[in-house]
Design a protein around this ligand. Structure first.
Ligand code: G3I
Length: 386
């Protein structure tokens, strides 16, 4: 790496002498071209990873990855070590990955990832203790079918959830948990999610159907269980309520923030931000301002930014804007961090052709990476060519 600096200097001088543009202003070469023109990068790109610059600005930066991705490509290790402080597993801590269809619990698979993440010096975020999707619905259905009556079925389901939370909290050392995920509907009125407003999907199970007080009853219970388990095992972790579309759906945002304000067991509010480049600055401002007002930690939990319909809006600009607004609006003591939902475009849950992340299919830095890097560097008051 050291050998690059003299080349870099010479190149910069040459560029200046020829009236050439600064390296960071090179146009985005697009997602597929080999991007790592190492000698065109300012020295700071090699000196600081994104995590150093995020830290220097008082925010933790994280990324999601899955088992398939970590076994598939060693470039992931390089990128995670260099650029991220925290990690979320995309699927592996979900109910249907931990609990089998007979109800037995196994951590073998996920523990391999935990060890690997520790090797990469990554802090762990727990996703998720309660959701409607990717639940072990086969097992839960056998509990219901085997119960003498509906009261016994409800008790069995509630016990299964409490046991899951207890075992998860005992087993994993994480800095925070998504205690519940996506418990509000998309109806535009901020209603709780229920069987009537939820589409059948992959391993769906509506826990709320079995709790007094419906989904709210389930959410109350989930936070209580998580808090009690932390106390029981002498652990501390932030406890989040997390949802999507908060930037587009003011009623959902309000419902989530109101709930958080009313429950002292909730210590954080999470906004997934699976958005696109059409998102306006005002929408982000409004969302973050309302979330901050709850007094809880505020986290952007699953950020990805594919291209929207307005061609002039770029991914790089929106990602920088999101970081800027987050740092401007969320006081340092309330910052729960920003996590990207994925590392390389190749493995995004959105599929091929969306390019929503910071690295191209070959794990090379995209223009969005460079612009975010430059922004965080400047905001932290660091020199780009030192
Ligand atoms: O391995 C299974 C197989 O056993 C199963 O029978 C089959 C059924 O479709 O496919 C395989 O499961 C896939 C699973 O990921 C594991 O790889 C599912 O098809 C696939 O739909 C599932 O996608 C995940 C998705 O959640 C499910 O809703 C994505 O990887 C994951 O990134 C995504 O993450 C969610 C967050 O948890 C919550 N917020 C939204 C976010 C994006 O959807």
């Amino acid at each position: 790496m050291m050998k690059r600096f003299p080349i870099l200097l010479t190149l910069s001088l040459l560029l200046c002498a020829c009236g050439g543009k600064e390296p960071l202003n090179i146009p985005d070469p697009g997602p597929y071209k080999p991007l790592d023109p190492a000698d065109l990068y300012p020295a700071s790109v090699f000196k600081y990873g994104l995590k150093d610059l995020a830290k220097a600005n008082g925010v933790m930066i994280g990324a999601e990855f899955t088992h398939g991705e970590y076994t598939g490509d060693d470039s992931l290790r390089v990128v995670l070590k260099r650029d991220f402080e925290a990690v979320t597993f995309g699927n592996e801590m979900k109910h249907d990955n931990i609990v089998s269809n007979t109800g037995s619990i196994s951590f073998v698979w996920v523990d391999e990832m935990v060890r690997w993440a520790k090797d990469c010096d990554l802090k762990l975020f727990g996703h998720t203790l309660g959701w409607h999707s990717q639940q072990q619905s086969d097992y839960l259905q056998t509990l219901i079918d085997g119960a003498a009556d509906s009261k016994a079925a409800a008790a069995a389901v509630r016990e299964a959830h409490a046991e899951f939370v207890d075992k998860m909290v005992e087993h994993f050392d994480v800095y925070a948990w998504d205690v519940v995920n996506e418990v509000f509907s998309d109806d535009g009125a901020g209603s709780w999610r229920s069987s009537s407003n939820t589409q059948a999907n992959y391993h769906v199970f509506l826990w709320g159907d079995y709790y007094e007080g419906g989904t709210k009853g389930f959410v109350d219970a989930a936070f209580k269980e998580a808090k009690e388990a932390l106390q029981k095992y002498g652990k501390t972790a932030d406890l989040y309520i997390n949802d999507y579309n908060l930037e587009w759906n003011p009623a959902k945002l309000e419902a989530l923030c109101k709930y958080a304000e009313g429950n002292p067991d909730v210590t954080g509010v999470g906004s997934q931000m699976h958005c696109n480049t059409d998102l306006s600055e005002d929408a982000i401002k409004n969302m973050l301002t309302r979330m901050v007002k709850t007094g809880k930690k505020v986290r952007i939990s699953e950020l990805d930014v594919p291209q929207g319909s307005i061609p002039t809006n770029t991914q790089a600009d929106l990602i920088v804007t999101i970081f800027k607004l987050y740092l401007d609006i969320v006081p340092e003591a309330q910052r729960g961090g920003i996590t990207f939902w994925g590392v390389s475009d190749k493995n995004s849950w959105l599929g091929k052709g969306k390019y929503p992340l910071l690295y191209n299919n070959a794990y090379q830095r995209k223009d969005s990476y460079l612009k975010l890097h430059a922004y965080l560097l400047e905001r932290a008051g660091l020199e780009k060519d030192s």
